[in-house]
Design a protein around this ligand. Structure first.
Ligand SMILES: *Cc1c(COP(=O)(O)O)cnc(C)c1O
Length: 414
Protein backbone atom coordinates (compact mmCIF):
# COMPACT_ATOMS: atom_id res chain seq x y z
CA UNK A 1 0.00 0.00 0.00
CA UNK A 2 2.26 2.74 -1.27
CA UNK A 3 0.19 5.72 -0.01
CA UNK A 4 -0.19 4.47 3.55
CA UNK A 5 2.88 5.24 5.62
CA UNK A 6 1.89 4.53 9.22
CA UNK A 7 3.21 1.38 10.90
CA UNK A 8 -0.19 0.15 12.13
CA UNK A 9 -2.11 1.11 8.97
CA UNK A 10 0.27 -1.01 6.91
CA UNK A 11 0.00 -3.97 9.28
CA UNK A 12 -3.79 -4.09 9.68
CA UNK A 13 -4.43 -3.84 5.94
CA UNK A 14 -1.69 -6.26 4.93
CA UNK A 15 -3.55 -9.59 4.69
CA UNK A 16 -6.54 -8.14 2.84
CA UNK A 17 -4.24 -7.02 0.03
CA UNK A 18 -2.61 -10.44 -0.47
CA UNK A 19 -5.22 -11.50 -3.03
CA UNK A 20 -6.64 -14.57 -1.26
CA UNK A 21 -9.82 -15.96 -2.87
CA UNK A 22 -13.08 -14.46 -1.49
CA UNK A 23 -11.33 -11.39 -0.04
CA UNK A 24 -10.72 -12.34 3.61
CA UNK A 25 -9.19 -9.61 5.81
CA UNK A 26 -7.14 -12.27 7.63
CA UNK A 27 -4.91 -14.76 5.79
CA UNK A 28 -6.73 -18.14 5.83
CA UNK A 29 -5.14 -20.98 7.85
CA UNK A 30 -3.84 -23.53 5.34
CA UNK A 31 -3.26 -26.77 7.22
CA UNK A 32 -2.51 -28.99 4.20
CA UNK A 33 0.97 -30.56 4.32
CA UNK A 34 1.29 -31.42 0.57
CA UNK A 35 0.38 -29.13 -2.32
CA UNK A 36 -0.85 -30.61 -5.61
CA UNK A 37 -0.44 -29.55 -9.22
CA UNK A 38 -2.58 -30.37 -12.25
CA UNK A 39 0.47 -31.55 -14.18
CA UNK A 40 3.84 -33.02 -13.23
CA UNK A 41 5.48 -30.08 -14.96
CA UNK A 42 3.77 -27.69 -12.50
CA UNK A 43 5.36 -29.50 -9.55
CA UNK A 44 8.74 -29.72 -11.32
CA UNK A 45 8.77 -25.96 -11.89
CA UNK A 46 8.18 -25.30 -8.17
CA UNK A 47 10.92 -27.77 -7.17
CA UNK A 48 13.38 -26.14 -9.56
CA UNK A 49 12.52 -22.61 -8.44
CA UNK A 50 11.23 -21.61 -11.88
CA UNK A 51 7.74 -20.94 -10.54
CA UNK A 52 6.65 -19.72 -7.12
CA UNK A 53 4.37 -22.06 -5.21
CA UNK A 54 4.25 -24.52 -2.34
CA UNK A 55 5.33 -28.16 -2.36
CA UNK A 56 5.48 -29.32 1.26
CA UNK A 57 4.52 -27.39 4.40
CA UNK A 58 7.96 -27.76 6.02
CA UNK A 59 9.17 -25.04 3.61
CA UNK A 60 6.10 -22.83 3.25
CA UNK A 61 2.31 -22.53 3.21
CA UNK A 62 0.21 -19.59 1.96
CA UNK A 63 -0.39 -18.67 5.65
CA UNK A 64 3.31 -18.58 6.60
CA UNK A 65 4.04 -16.75 3.33
CA UNK A 66 1.56 -14.06 4.29
CA UNK A 67 3.18 -13.62 7.72
CA UNK A 68 6.59 -13.44 6.05
CA UNK A 69 5.45 -10.66 3.79
CA UNK A 70 3.90 -8.83 6.78
CA UNK A 71 7.24 -8.96 8.63
CA UNK A 72 9.11 -7.77 5.52
CA UNK A 73 6.69 -4.84 5.40
CA UNK A 74 7.28 -4.04 9.09
CA UNK A 75 11.09 -4.32 8.75
CA UNK A 76 11.22 -2.72 5.28
CA UNK A 77 13.12 -5.78 4.08
CA UNK A 78 13.11 -7.63 0.75
CA UNK A 79 12.17 -11.06 2.14
CA UNK A 80 11.58 -12.93 5.41
CA UNK A 81 11.58 -16.55 6.57
CA UNK A 82 9.62 -17.61 9.64
CA UNK A 83 10.60 -20.43 12.03
CA UNK A 84 9.02 -22.28 14.94
CA UNK A 85 10.90 -20.15 17.51
CA UNK A 86 13.40 -17.32 17.68
CA UNK A 87 16.13 -19.84 18.57
CA UNK A 88 15.26 -21.95 15.50
CA UNK A 89 15.71 -18.81 13.36
CA UNK A 90 19.05 -17.92 14.99
CA UNK A 91 20.54 -21.43 15.08
CA UNK A 92 19.31 -22.30 11.58
CA UNK A 93 20.70 -19.08 10.13
CA UNK A 94 24.12 -19.42 11.75
CA UNK A 95 24.44 -23.11 10.80
CA UNK A 96 23.35 -22.38 7.23
CA UNK A 97 25.84 -19.54 6.76
CA UNK A 98 28.94 -20.60 8.73
CA UNK A 99 31.44 -23.37 8.05
CA UNK A 100 34.27 -25.04 9.93
CA UNK A 101 37.19 -22.58 10.09
CA UNK A 102 34.97 -19.48 10.07
CA UNK A 103 34.96 -16.77 12.71
CA UNK A 104 32.16 -14.55 13.99
CA UNK A 105 32.06 -11.62 16.40
CA UNK A 106 29.16 -11.24 18.82
CA UNK A 107 28.21 -8.87 21.57
CA UNK A 108 28.94 -10.20 25.07
CA UNK A 109 25.57 -8.86 26.13
CA UNK A 110 23.26 -11.45 24.63
CA UNK A 111 20.05 -13.32 25.33
CA UNK A 112 21.12 -16.28 27.53
CA UNK A 113 20.18 -19.07 25.11
CA UNK A 114 21.92 -17.30 22.18
CA UNK A 115 25.02 -17.07 24.38
CA UNK A 116 24.76 -20.81 25.08
CA UNK A 117 24.23 -21.61 21.36
CA UNK A 118 27.39 -19.70 20.42
CA UNK A 119 29.41 -21.84 22.83
CA UNK A 120 28.10 -24.96 21.03
CA UNK A 121 29.38 -23.62 17.69
CA UNK A 122 32.95 -24.22 18.90
CA UNK A 123 32.21 -27.98 18.64
CA UNK A 124 31.65 -27.48 14.91
CA UNK A 125 34.96 -25.66 14.39
CA UNK A 126 33.39 -22.19 14.29
CA UNK A 127 35.23 -19.62 16.36
CA UNK A 128 33.28 -16.93 18.22
CA UNK A 129 34.76 -13.81 19.82
CA UNK A 130 32.52 -12.05 22.35
CA UNK A 131 33.16 -8.33 22.73
CA UNK A 132 31.69 -5.33 24.49
CA UNK A 133 29.84 -4.05 21.41
CA UNK A 134 28.79 -0.79 23.06
CA UNK A 135 32.13 0.40 21.61
CA UNK A 136 32.80 -0.32 17.93
CA UNK A 137 36.57 -0.28 18.55
CA UNK A 138 36.22 -3.67 20.29
CA UNK A 139 34.46 -5.09 17.24
CA UNK A 140 37.15 -3.77 14.88
CA UNK A 141 39.91 -5.16 17.10
CA UNK A 142 38.37 -8.64 17.00
CA UNK A 143 38.43 -8.89 13.21
CA UNK A 144 40.32 -11.81 11.65
CA UNK A 145 40.86 -12.79 8.02
CA UNK A 146 38.07 -15.39 8.40
CA UNK A 147 35.48 -13.12 10.09
CA UNK A 148 32.16 -13.70 8.35
CA UNK A 149 29.63 -11.85 10.48
CA UNK A 150 28.89 -9.65 13.47
CA UNK A 151 25.87 -10.41 15.69
CA UNK A 152 24.39 -7.92 18.17
CA UNK A 153 21.11 -7.17 19.93
CA UNK A 154 19.51 -3.72 20.00
CA UNK A 155 18.78 -3.39 23.73
CA UNK A 156 20.45 -6.27 25.56
CA UNK A 157 18.72 -7.97 28.43
CA UNK A 158 18.97 -7.88 31.40
CA UNK A 159 21.55 -5.03 31.51
CA UNK A 160 19.90 -2.90 28.74
CA UNK A 161 23.26 -2.14 27.08
CA UNK A 162 22.88 -0.63 23.60
CA UNK A 163 25.46 -1.63 20.99
CA UNK A 164 27.17 0.98 18.85
CA UNK A 165 24.76 0.03 16.10
CA UNK A 166 25.53 2.82 13.61
CA UNK A 167 29.33 2.53 13.74
CA UNK A 168 29.28 -1.27 13.62
CA UNK A 169 26.92 -1.15 10.65
CA UNK A 170 29.18 1.28 8.84
CA UNK A 171 32.28 -0.77 9.57
CA UNK A 172 30.64 -4.03 8.45
CA UNK A 173 29.57 -2.36 5.19
CA UNK A 174 33.14 -1.19 4.53
CA UNK A 175 34.58 -4.64 5.29
CA UNK A 176 31.87 -6.65 3.45
CA UNK A 177 31.13 -8.43 6.75
CA UNK A 178 27.51 -9.50 7.30
CA UNK A 179 25.81 -7.48 10.08
CA UNK A 180 23.06 -9.41 11.94
CA UNK A 181 20.85 -7.56 14.42
CA UNK A 182 18.45 -9.23 16.86
CA UNK A 183 15.58 -6.70 17.03
CA UNK A 184 13.42 -8.68 19.49
CA UNK A 185 13.51 -6.30 22.45
CA UNK A 186 12.77 -3.22 20.35
CA UNK A 187 10.53 -4.91 17.72
CA UNK A 188 10.09 -3.37 14.27
CA UNK A 189 7.82 -0.76 15.87
CA UNK A 190 10.55 0.88 17.97
CA UNK A 191 13.49 0.35 15.62
CA UNK A 192 14.35 -0.46 12.04
CA UNK A 193 17.82 -2.12 11.93
CA UNK A 194 18.01 -1.43 8.20
CA UNK A 195 18.62 2.21 9.21
CA UNK A 196 22.01 1.16 10.68
CA UNK A 197 22.84 -1.01 7.65
CA UNK A 198 21.96 -4.42 9.10
CA UNK A 199 21.99 -7.12 6.42
CA UNK A 200 19.88 -9.63 8.35
CA UNK A 201 17.36 -8.89 11.11
CA UNK A 202 16.21 -11.47 13.66
CA UNK A 203 12.93 -11.22 15.56
CA UNK A 204 11.67 -13.62 18.18
CA UNK A 205 7.96 -13.35 17.35
CA UNK A 206 7.16 -14.98 20.70
CA UNK A 207 7.81 -11.66 22.43
CA UNK A 208 6.41 -8.22 21.48
CA UNK A 209 5.47 -9.22 17.93
CA UNK A 210 2.82 -11.79 18.95
CA UNK A 211 2.56 -10.16 22.35
CA UNK A 212 0.07 -12.34 24.21
CA UNK A 213 2.25 -15.20 25.43
CA UNK A 214 0.23 -17.82 23.54
CA UNK A 215 2.46 -18.74 20.60
CA UNK A 216 6.15 -19.15 19.70
CA UNK A 217 7.77 -17.99 16.48
CA UNK A 218 10.94 -16.53 14.99
CA UNK A 219 11.89 -14.68 11.84
CA UNK A 220 14.89 -13.72 9.77
CA UNK A 221 14.53 -10.77 7.39
CA UNK A 222 16.94 -9.81 4.62
CA UNK A 223 17.07 -6.01 4.38
CA UNK A 224 18.48 -6.20 0.84
CA UNK A 225 21.59 -4.20 1.83
CA UNK A 226 24.09 -7.06 1.83
CA UNK A 227 25.60 -8.21 -1.46
CA UNK A 228 25.84 -11.99 -1.08
CA UNK A 229 28.24 -12.27 -4.02
CA UNK A 230 30.87 -11.14 -1.45
CA UNK A 231 29.97 -13.99 0.93
CA UNK A 232 32.22 -17.02 0.44
CA UNK A 233 29.91 -19.75 1.78
CA UNK A 234 27.03 -19.64 -0.70
CA UNK A 235 26.62 -23.06 -2.35
CA UNK A 236 26.85 -22.96 -6.18
CA UNK A 237 23.23 -24.17 -6.48
CA UNK A 238 22.03 -20.97 -4.76
CA UNK A 239 24.20 -18.55 -6.76
CA UNK A 240 21.42 -18.01 -9.27
CA UNK A 241 19.87 -14.72 -10.35
CA UNK A 242 19.89 -11.58 -8.16
CA UNK A 243 22.76 -11.85 -5.63
CA UNK A 244 20.68 -10.02 -3.00
CA UNK A 245 18.50 -13.15 -2.71
CA UNK A 246 21.22 -15.80 -2.38
CA UNK A 247 21.54 -15.63 1.41
CA UNK A 248 17.88 -16.18 2.23
CA UNK A 249 17.62 -18.92 -0.42
CA UNK A 250 20.44 -20.79 1.30
CA UNK A 251 18.86 -20.27 4.74
CA UNK A 252 15.51 -21.51 3.41
CA UNK A 253 17.03 -24.69 1.97
CA UNK A 254 19.71 -25.49 4.55
CA UNK A 255 17.94 -24.30 7.71
CA UNK A 256 14.17 -24.38 7.19
CA UNK A 257 13.95 -27.33 4.77
CA UNK A 258 16.82 -29.49 6.07
CA UNK A 259 16.71 -28.72 9.81
CA UNK A 260 12.94 -28.40 9.92
CA UNK A 261 12.23 -25.83 12.65
CA UNK A 262 9.06 -24.84 10.83
CA UNK A 263 6.30 -22.55 12.11
CA UNK A 264 2.81 -24.04 11.75
CA UNK A 265 0.08 -22.19 9.84
CA UNK A 266 -1.93 -22.05 13.08
CA UNK A 267 0.99 -20.32 14.78
CA UNK A 268 1.48 -17.93 11.86
CA UNK A 269 -2.20 -16.94 12.05
CA UNK A 270 -2.02 -16.18 15.79
CA UNK A 271 1.17 -14.16 15.33
CA UNK A 272 -0.38 -12.08 12.53
CA UNK A 273 -3.40 -11.29 14.72
CA UNK A 274 -1.14 -10.34 17.63
CA UNK A 275 0.96 -8.09 15.39
CA UNK A 276 -2.02 -5.83 14.65
CA UNK A 277 -1.64 -4.21 18.08
CA UNK A 278 2.17 -3.99 18.46
CA UNK A 279 2.12 -0.19 18.39
CA UNK A 280 -0.78 0.14 20.87
CA UNK A 281 0.67 -2.39 23.27
CA UNK A 282 4.22 -1.08 23.11
CA UNK A 283 3.24 2.58 23.56
CA UNK A 284 1.52 1.58 26.80
CA UNK A 285 4.27 -0.82 27.92
CA UNK A 286 7.04 1.72 27.29
CA UNK A 287 5.15 4.44 29.19
CA UNK A 288 4.56 2.05 32.10
CA UNK A 289 8.23 1.01 32.11
CA UNK A 290 9.41 4.63 32.14
CA UNK A 291 7.16 5.43 35.11
CA UNK A 292 8.34 2.33 37.00
CA UNK A 293 12.01 3.14 36.23
CA UNK A 294 11.53 6.61 37.72
CA UNK A 295 9.90 5.21 40.85
CA UNK A 296 12.69 2.65 41.35
CA UNK A 297 15.50 5.10 40.59
CA UNK A 298 14.37 7.28 43.52
CA UNK A 299 13.82 4.43 45.97
CA UNK A 300 16.06 4.03 48.99
CA UNK A 301 16.00 0.21 48.86
CA UNK A 302 17.14 0.10 45.22
CA UNK A 303 20.86 0.19 44.40
CA UNK A 304 20.73 0.70 40.61
CA UNK A 305 18.19 0.78 37.77
CA UNK A 306 19.02 -0.25 34.20
CA UNK A 307 16.65 1.43 31.75
CA UNK A 308 17.64 3.32 28.58
CA UNK A 309 15.01 6.00 29.24
CA UNK A 310 16.82 7.27 32.34
CA UNK A 311 19.15 10.21 31.63
CA UNK A 312 21.77 8.42 33.74
CA UNK A 313 21.84 5.38 31.39
CA UNK A 314 25.26 5.20 29.65
CA UNK A 315 23.66 4.93 26.18
CA UNK A 316 20.63 7.15 26.82
CA UNK A 317 21.52 9.45 23.89
CA UNK A 318 21.69 6.53 21.45
CA UNK A 319 18.31 5.27 22.56
CA UNK A 320 16.85 8.76 22.17
CA UNK A 321 18.27 9.12 18.66
CA UNK A 322 17.54 5.66 17.26
CA UNK A 323 14.48 4.19 18.96
CA UNK A 324 10.89 5.42 18.86
CA UNK A 325 10.77 4.82 22.61
CA UNK A 326 12.98 3.31 25.33
CA UNK A 327 11.48 -0.16 25.50
CA UNK A 328 9.64 -2.00 28.24
CA UNK A 329 12.41 -4.12 29.76
CA UNK A 330 14.03 -2.80 32.88
CA UNK A 331 16.25 -4.37 35.50
CA UNK A 332 17.24 -3.24 38.95
CA UNK A 333 19.52 -4.26 41.80
CA UNK A 334 18.10 -4.31 45.29
CA UNK A 335 20.34 -2.84 47.97
CA UNK A 336 22.02 -5.35 50.28
CA UNK A 337 20.77 -7.13 52.32
CA UNK A 338 17.28 -7.09 50.73
CA UNK A 339 16.26 -10.32 49.04
CA UNK A 340 14.80 -10.62 45.52
CA UNK A 341 12.46 -13.50 46.36
CA UNK A 342 11.01 -11.68 49.36
CA UNK A 343 10.06 -8.75 47.13
CA UNK A 344 8.78 -10.81 44.20
CA UNK A 345 6.68 -13.10 46.39
CA UNK A 346 4.95 -10.07 47.90
CA UNK A 347 3.68 -8.60 44.60
CA UNK A 348 0.30 -10.04 43.65
CA UNK A 349 0.10 -8.34 40.25
CA UNK A 350 3.61 -9.23 39.07
CA UNK A 351 3.93 -12.75 37.70
CA UNK A 352 6.96 -14.82 38.69
CA UNK A 353 7.88 -15.96 35.19
CA UNK A 354 10.54 -15.86 32.54
CA UNK A 355 9.51 -14.67 29.06
CA UNK A 356 9.10 -11.05 28.03
CA UNK A 357 6.96 -8.89 25.81
CA UNK A 358 3.80 -10.26 27.39
CA UNK A 359 0.72 -8.12 28.08
CA UNK A 360 1.17 -8.96 31.77
CA UNK A 361 4.05 -7.68 33.91
CA UNK A 362 6.55 -10.50 34.50
CA UNK A 363 9.61 -10.45 36.76
CA UNK A 364 12.29 -12.81 37.98
CA UNK A 365 15.65 -12.82 39.73
CA UNK A 366 18.50 -13.19 37.19
CA UNK A 367 21.40 -14.91 38.97
CA UNK A 368 19.39 -17.87 40.24
CA UNK A 369 17.42 -18.53 37.03
CA UNK A 370 18.38 -17.62 33.43
CA UNK A 371 22.04 -16.96 34.24
CA UNK A 372 22.44 -19.70 36.86
CA UNK A 373 24.04 -22.22 34.46
CA UNK A 374 26.90 -19.92 33.42
CA UNK A 375 28.31 -19.58 36.94
CA UNK A 376 29.38 -16.60 39.09
CA UNK A 377 32.45 -15.55 37.07
CA UNK A 378 30.62 -15.20 33.78
CA UNK A 379 27.75 -13.46 35.55
CA UNK A 380 30.13 -10.94 37.06
CA UNK A 381 31.64 -10.27 33.60
CA UNK A 382 28.14 -9.51 32.33
CA UNK A 383 27.34 -7.25 35.27
CA UNK A 384 24.66 -9.58 36.62
CA UNK A 385 24.63 -9.32 40.38
CA UNK A 386 22.95 -11.58 42.93
CA UNK A 387 20.26 -8.99 43.66
CA UNK A 388 19.26 -8.20 40.10
CA UNK A 389 15.59 -8.48 39.08
CA UNK A 390 14.43 -8.20 35.47
CA UNK A 391 10.97 -6.86 34.70
CA UNK A 392 9.08 -7.12 31.46
CA UNK A 393 6.49 -4.43 31.98
CA UNK A 394 2.96 -5.15 30.75
CA UNK A 395 -0.07 -3.16 29.65
CA UNK A 396 -1.82 -3.08 33.04
CA UNK A 397 -3.12 0.29 34.26
CA UNK A 398 -0.08 2.30 35.32
CA UNK A 399 -1.38 3.12 38.81
CA UNK A 400 -1.74 -0.60 39.58
CA UNK A 401 1.83 -1.42 38.55
CA UNK A 402 3.30 1.52 40.43
CA UNK A 403 1.37 0.93 43.64
CA UNK A 404 2.19 -2.79 43.55
CA UNK A 405 5.94 -2.08 43.47
CA UNK A 406 5.77 0.87 45.89
CA UNK A 407 3.77 -1.05 48.51
CA UNK A 408 5.87 -4.22 48.31
CA UNK A 409 9.11 -2.20 48.56
CA UNK A 410 7.72 -0.37 51.62
CA UNK A 411 6.93 -3.72 53.30
CA UNK A 412 10.33 -5.22 52.43
CA UNK A 413 12.48 -5.90 55.48
CA UNK A 414 16.10 -7.16 55.57
C1 LIG B 1 13.40 -14.69 23.48
C2 LIG B 1 14.53 -14.21 22.67
C3 LIG B 1 15.09 -15.02 21.68
C4 LIG B 1 14.61 -16.43 21.41
O1 LIG B 1 13.30 -16.47 21.00
P1 LIG B 1 12.32 -17.75 21.25
O2 LIG B 1 11.17 -17.43 20.36
O3 LIG B 1 11.98 -17.79 22.69
O4 LIG B 1 13.08 -18.95 20.80
C5 LIG B 1 16.13 -14.50 20.95
N1 LIG B 1 16.61 -13.26 21.17
C6 LIG B 1 16.11 -12.46 22.12
C7 LIG B 1 16.68 -11.10 22.32
C8 LIG B 1 15.05 -12.90 22.90
O5 LIG B 1 14.55 -12.10 23.86
Amino acid sequence: MSKVKGFTSRIVHHDRLQGFADGPVHAPIYNSVPYSYATTEGLVEVFQGRASGHAYARQSTPTTDSLQSLISEAEQGIATLVFATGMAAISGTLLALLQRGDHMIASRFLFGNTHSLLSTLANFGIEVTLVDATDCAHVRAAQQGNTRLVFVETIANPGTQIASLDEIGQWCAQQNVLFMVDNTITSPYLFNPKSVQAGLVINSLSKYFGGHGTVLGGAITDTGLFDWSHYPNIFPAYQQGDAHKWGLTQIKKKALRDMGGTLSSDGAYQLAVGAETIALRMDRQCANAAALANLLAQHEKVEAVYYPGLASHPQHDRARRWFRSFGAILSFDLKAPYDCAALLDDMALVINATHLGDNRTLALPMASTIFYEMGPENRAALGIGDRMIRCSVGIEDPEDILSCFAEALARLTP
